[in-house]
Design a protein. Structure first.
Length: 146
């Protein structure tokens, strides 16, 4: 079984949201959205050359995968913008379904991470935009709990 097949199998059967594999090394996460990717980058976890499988990949996740340095990405659902970003960075992509845009969790509009990177093409700028958006969402959630 190659690295991508292993990542896909773990994604589908292990209850994970994000899986990266390379040889005997495996990195898994159950966190939602782009959080696993932001954590990998924030902790300087070196996963360059890994194969990745993620539940949903939009443009934001694709740009973060570019920063991580993966060689290929699979997702059951991938946005067309994500396919373009990965291709532009020489990263192979595979998916079951492509969509025009990734929708937010409420199903009421575009995902906030996708909105944050809509006009961006540079992975480094995308990471900063994603971090800002995550902080804003955390503040809003905190405010609504009080």
């Amino acid at each position: 079984m190659n690295d991508l097949e292993q990542a896909k199998t773990l994604l589908q059967s292990g209850g994970y949201s994000c899986v990266l594999c390379k040889g005997e090394r495996t990195h898994t996460s159950t966190e939602r959205g782009v959080l696993p990717l932001v954590r990998i980058l924030s902790e300087n976890t070196h996963l360059s050359g890994f194969s990745a499988a993620d539940r949903i990949v939009g443009k934001a996740a694709a740009l973060l995968f570019c920063l991580i340095g993966v060689k290929e990405v699979y997702a059951p659902v991938m946005s067309r913008a994500a396919v373009e970003v990965l291709s532009a960075h020489g990263i192979l992509s595979s998916y079951d379904t492509t969509v025009e845009t990734i929708v937010n969790r409420e199903g009421t509009g575009a995902c906030p991470m996708e909105q944050a990177v809509r006009e961006l093409d540079q992975p480094e700028a995308a990471l900063e935009a994603v971090k800002r958006t995550l902080a804003e969402l955390a503040k809003r959630k905190e405010g609504s709990l009080q």
